[in-house]
Design a protein around this ligand. Structure first.
Ligand code: SF4
Ligand code: SF4
Length: 78
């Protein structure tokens, strides 16, 4: 009998403000789900930004938003 429960139903998503992002990729390093990928698009400031990839793994844990030095990430759950 297991008392531990793995809740795989928790889903979330993020929105990255493409103009605030400086492309440092700290969020990619910290995301426990590998849900963020580097883009090949430059923003207006000339930085390669990041985006939520299509892995469907984001749990809305908000770690990425906490570590982003530019406060470029909004996290949504549900
Ligand atoms: S941590 Fe913030 S600034 Fe750095 S790549 Fe991620 S979204 Fe962009
Ligand atoms: S909210 Fe959590 S799982 Fe989703 S992209 Fe950010 S760090 Fe990854």
């Amino acid at each position: 009998m297991s008392s531990g429960k793995t809740d795989t139903s928790i889903k979330g998503y993020i929105e990255v403000d493409q103009e605030l992002c400086k492309g440092c990729q700290i969020c990619i390093s910290f995301c426990p789900k590998d849900a963020i990928s580097a883009s090949d698009k430059l923003n207006a400031s000339g930085y390669l930004t990041v985006f939520l990839n299509d892995s469907g793994q984001c749990t809305g844990c908000a770690i990425c938003a906490l570590v982003c030095p530019e406060v470029a990430i909004e996290v949504y759950r549900g």
